[in-house]
Each structure stands twice: as structure tokens, then as C-alpha cells.
Design a protein. Structure first.
Length: 372
């Protein structure tokens, strides 16, 4: 019998094989393509196709996936009604989790094979964007708007939130974040999706579980949490004083650190570059001073680098997006990566069932109730 090892948080444990992404110190590849090239040369729709079909689309395939996203965008009336009835104080991620599960009851796709589930992934991707936008509108006292044909996925979300065609720069940057967020190997939420799939449960259950895992601040919730931290400071000096104290108290700083990347996150570098240009263009360089005041001691003194959520929070903020949209936008993208993993897991499945080390009481007898 082989020796059993214990690794808290499964750190360093290989839990499966995947063709979808390679996450390493020096590289992040989606199906072999470096993230920097994808960020520069492709849109979210192309990346979604790449993840779900294994290859980049040609022009006709790209057009077809765009049409599918549009076709699958309208929300079932009962879903809009249910969003309307959600209490005001329910956070957007909780609404999303509940409504993805609920819209699953109105699934228009027939069958349960690989192709049907891939189609379902496209449908879920569109539904998720629509749910986010409908909730956003209703929270702002406005009626949801119907999707508009011909828009990119990024533009559609922004259009359905604001009711008007987005500024091209906002579309470009949101599209970039969707490309960067789409896939990241066996992270906590993807692993959650794979574990659920491994029981031969359905894709809607897997994606619902993924949303639950992603919302935590140690994972996708970090983009919102990072911005919640930054908005507390009016000046770079205030930020510098705070980070000094936080590090002395060994506090976790949101948007920094990564289980795999120890020398920096490729996605963060790509997005930070765009963020600096955005801040400059908008005349908001004071925000970059605050951003850098936190980043410098983290990198220089602690050798803990920003992850993608750190520049993403501020990018969304400078684009005027409200904080509780940040993690849902992560979902709007990652649903594609999750779905690719669901398909891959289902195609070569073994149920996930790790072991534990029992640390409870020694074996004992159940006393009669009068003796307890
Ligand atoms: C991402 C994260 C969960 C990875 O966790 P992990 O691999 O278990 O790493 P650990 O938490 O064990 O961190 C290792 C060390 O670095 C420190 N560290 C890691 N991330 C840190 C952060 N964001 N702020 C301050 N210290 C941090 C830990 O305190 C620990 O220090 P120690 O060895 O003195 O105890 C963790 O870095 C984190 O909580 N980051 C903040 C949340 C975040 O941005 N999440 C998004 C990830 S993409």
C-alpha cells in the first residue's frame, strides 16, 4: 500500500489531468496559447470558443457563437419575476447563485451528452450576463432591458446594465478582463465544479457550486474586497500608513498572493499596464499613487505580488462600475472555463473522494439520554 500524504488545502497535490489550461510560474496558457497573446489578439467570444471547443474559431465559427450568445440571452419571465422578488439587501453574488440554479429549470437544451452540455454552457453564459444586468437594473429602480443583437459579450452586459451602448474604452477593458478571468486550471471554484460533475450531477449544479466557491474573498471575491480596501484611502500617504500597520499585524491584503504564482500573476501584469493608461487618460493618477503605495511594500518587503484581482478592482472602479458587480463579472467570464472543465471531467470521470485524518474522540458508547 502506498504511503498516504496530508497536504492542507491540497497544496502541491495533483488532482487530475487537463488539456484546458496550464498555470505555472512562467506561463499561463489556454489550450496552449499564452495569455498575453490572447489578451492582445482575441475577444472574450474567441476565448470562450477556444475553451469549449478546443481550438480558436474561424470567422464563421466566431459569428455562430456570437449569434448563439444573443439567441440564449433573454431570461425566462419567471426568472425575471424571481429577481424582482429578491430582498433588496441580498448581495449580487447570492442572487446570481440562486438564479443560475433557478434558470436551470427552464433549460431549453435537450439531451445530456457532451454536445448538449456544451450548448448548455453557451446558454448559461448568456443567462448569467442577463441575470447580472437584470438585478442591477431592478436595484436601480429600472426595468430590465432586452439584449441587443450585434454586441460583444462585454458590450451586451454593459448595455443591459446601463440601457445604452457602452463607451468603446469600457467595452475594450471589460472584454480584456473577461479574457483574463476565463480560465485558470484547478482553482477552488473550478475544482468545485469538477467535484460536483464527478458525481455525475448536472452542469447547472456544477456551475451553481462554482459560483458559491468563487464568491469568497480568498478567491473571486478578492476583486471587490481589494477595491473596498482602496476606497478607504484619500491619499497615497494614508494608504502607505495603513499597509505598514496591516503588515505588522500580519493581516491578509486582498488582491495579493497566489497559491501557484510566487513571482507574480501574468494576468495582473497585463491588466495593470492597461489600468495605468486608463488612469492617465481619465486624469485619475491619484488612484495609481494609492494603488502603488499598497503594492510597493507588498512586493518589495514581503515579496507577495498582486494577483489579477488587484488591478481588476480599480479598473472596474475607474470605469464607473459599482463594487457589487465585480465578482459577478468574474462569473460572467469564468463560467466558460468551468464549463470546459465540466465537459472534460465528464468525458473521463472518476468520482473525487479524498481521505481525511480523524482527529475526533476515540471510539465510545452512546449513553442513554438520562445520562447525558
Ligand atoms: C490567494 C491565497 C488564498 C493563497 O493562499 P495560500 O497559498 O494558502 O498562501 P498562504 O495563505 O499560506 O500564504 C503564504 C504566506 O504568505 C502570506 N500571504 C499570502 N497572501 C497574503 C496576502 N494577500 N496578504 C498578506 N500576506 C499574505 C501568508 O500570511 C503566509 O505567511 P506566513 O508564511 O508568514 O504565514 C492568499 O495569498 C490570500 O489569501 N490572498 C488574498 C486574497 C486574494 O487576493 N485572493 C485572490 C487569489 S487569485
Amino acid at each position: 500500500m502506498s504511503e498516504k500524504t496530508f497536504s492542507p488545502g491540497l497544496a502541491g497535490v495533483i488532482a487530475g489531468e487537463t488539456d484546458i489550461a496550464c498555470v505555472d510560474q512562467g506561463v499561463l496558457l489556454y489550450r496552449g496559447y499564452p495569455i498575453a497573446e490572447l489578451a492582445e489578439k482575441t475577444s472574450f467570444e474567441e476565448v470562450a470558443y477556444l475553451l469549449l471547443y478546443g481550438e480558436l474559431p474561424n470567422a464563421a465559427q466566431l459569428q455562430a457563437i456570437k449569434e448563439k450568445f444573443f439567441q440564449y440571452a433573454p431570461l425566462p419571465t419567471p426568472v425575471i419575476d424571481a429577481i424582482r422578488q429578491m430582498p433588496e439587501e441580498v448581495p449580487m453574488m447570492d442572487v446570481l447563485r440562486s438564479m443560475v440554479s433557478y434558470t436551470g429549470h427552464f433549460d431549453p437544451i435537450e439531451g445530456d451528452d457532451h454536445d448538449a452540455n456544451r450548448e448548455r454552457a453557451l446558454w448559461l453564459t448568456s443567462q448569467i450576463a442577463g441575470i447580472i444586468a437584470a438585478r442591477f437594473r431592478l436595484m436601480n429602480g429600472k426595468e430590465p432591458v432586452d439584449p441587443m443583437s450585434g454586441l460583444s459579450h462585454a458590450a451586451q452586459i454593459l448595455y443591459q446594465c446601463h440601457g445604452e451602448a457602452p463607451d468603446p474604452l469600457a467595452e475594450e477593458l471589460v472584454d480584456l478582463t473577461l479574457v483574463l478571468y476565463a480560465e485558470h486550471d484547478f482553482n477552488a471554484s473550478t475544482f468545485t465544479c469538477r467535484v460536483i460533475t464527478s458525481t455525475q450531477s448536472d452542469i447547472v449544479s456544477s456551475i451553481t457550486g462554482g459560483i458559491g466557491a468563487l464568491k469568497g474573498p480568498l478567491h473571486g471575491g478578492a476583486n471587490e474586497a481589494a477595491m473596498e480596501m482602496l476606497v478607504r484611502f484619500k491619499t497615497a500617504d494614508e494608504a502607505a500608513a495603513w499597509i505598514k500597520e496591516a503588515l505588522a499585524k500580519k493581516e491578509k491584503v486582498m488582491g495579493f498572493g497566489h497559491r501557484v504564482y510566487k513571482n507574480g500573476d501574468h494576468r495582473a501584469r497585463i491588466l495593470e499596464d492597461k489600468l495605468r493608461k486608463l488612469a492617465d487618460k481619465l486624469g485619475k493618477n491619484e488612484w495609481m499613487a494609492i494603488y502603488d503605495a499598497i503594492k510597493e511594500p507588498m512586493v518589495n518587503d514581503k515579496k507577495i505580488y498582486p494577483n489579477v484581482d488587484y488591478p481588476c478592482g480599480l479598473t472596474y472602479y475607474l470605469l464607473g462600475l459599482p463594487l457589487d458587480l465585480y465578482t459577478p463579472l468574474f462569473v460572467a467570464s469564468r463560467v466558460t472555463g468551468w464549463s470546459a472543465h465540466v465537459l472534460e471531467q465528464a468525458a473521463d470521470n472518476r468520482i473525487y473522494r479524498p481521505l481525511s485524518i480523524y482527529t475526533g474522540p476515540k471510539e465510545r458508547s452512546v449513553p442513554a439520554i438520562s445520562e447525558r
